[in-house]
Each structure stands twice: as structure tokens, then as C-alpha cells.
Design a protein around this ligand. Sequence first.
Ligand code: DC
Length: 243
Amino acid sequence: MSEGGSDKPLLVVAVDGPSAAGKGTLGRGIAKHFQLPFLDTGLLYRAVAARLLAAGADPTDAAAAEAAANRVDFRELDDPRLRDDAVAQGASKVAAIPAVRAALLGLQRRFATDPPPGPDGRVKGVVLDGRDIGTVVCPEAPIKLFVTASLEARAARRHRELLARSGESIYARVLQDMKERDDRDAKRAVAPLIPAPDALVLDTTGLDAAAALAVAVAHISRRWRDDIALAPSSSDSAGDPAR
Ligand code: DC
């Protein structure tokens, strides 16, 4: 892994954690700050589930799920239907199928080892968010963050999000769904959700998005301080307490 064919290693930032912990917002914020491309790997699992649901197939059908995973490509990740809760529940089921994980591994690794240019047109690294980026997809990533928050805080965030989006949500139901997904993600045999031993654990229960971003940017800047190419974008408002 090197920057633009040079010997400089790529800045691969692995952001893992349970759902609604704030890792998507944080990952996007880091990507914007350092002008890196961003991949939300949960969307790949959601795309597999969406394909199965659209075909009327059961998300626990391993053969159908593997076939769907082999057809997934990055162009379908912008579909807003991937955000639906039924798709999220299906995604956590297909994510427990080893053949699905294997089929999606190559796509994710290629994105990390041969990333597209960032918004500034330069190839210098990538940010991936998911559950197993620091442990399985990119175990050699120089920066690993494990973003977490209490179950109740995460359920409250998701509840607010659903209310804002559709005007409908029942907190107790959201809490129960989240507990079930957490259980499936943490207990599955392949690539369970656990922090990498060298990850910085960031608990966002009492942090807003700007505060979490400031902590992450300070950590990355300290770790990567020799790389002067990582000038933050001027439109970034979170600031960098490390400077
Ligand atoms: O982050 P998300 O809610 O979009 O993820 C959807 C499901 O996919 C979730 O249940 C966990 C799973 N997932 C995974 O197992 N590994 C990843 N790298 C990303 C997501």
C-alpha cells in the first residue's frame, strides 16, 4: 500500500463500531478533513440484502445471498432504499454468512489498496467504515478507530433519525431491533464485531459529532504527523486541537 506509486504508505483509516455509534458521520468527517475517498462498507451488505428482498428471497438463504454478493457493485450504493430498516435487518443476517463476507472482501480490499483519488485529485489514502475493517479487511491499516456508544444513546439517535425521515418511530421497538442486530454482529462466528487490539476506542455517548471528529483528527495527525501532504481542507470547521 503506497501513495500514488511512491514509497509513501497510504493513509488507510479503519473506522469500526456498532450501528448508530456515529462512525458514518465520523468517517465522512475524517475523509473530508484529509481529502480522502470514503467507503461505507455496511452499504455493501445492505445491497446484498436489498437484492434478496427485491427477489422475494430469504436473507438467511446462503446460496442466494452468495450469488447476490457476487453481483454487487459500487454503483448501486447510492440507492436511498438501502437505508430502510427492513434492509438493515436483512443486512445483519447476510453479514453472518461466511460466503457473503468472502465475496465482499476482495471489493473492500481493492478499494483500500488501490484507492480512487480523493476530492483534491490525489491518491494518498482512504477511509473505510464497517465492523471488521481493522481486524479483517485492513488489519495493517496505520489508523484504527473503534467508535462506540451506549445501546440507549445509539437507539435514541436512530429513533430521532427515523422520526426526522418518516415521522414514524417507536423507541422501544428501535431499542429492541438494535439489541438484536448488536447480538448478531457480535456473536457471529466470522469476523464478529470486536475492536482491533491497536484501535483507539472512541466512546461518543457524551460527544457530539464535532467533538468526536476533533478527537479523531488529533489522533490521526499525531500518528501521521510526518506526512506533510495531509493538509486539512480549508472548509473543515472542526479544527484540529493537535496543531
Ligand atoms: O453499518 P450498517 O448498519 O450499514 O451495516 C449493515 C449490516 O452489515 C450490519 O448488521 C453489520 C454488517 N456489516 C458487517 O458485518 N461488516 C461490515 N464491514 C459492515 C457492515
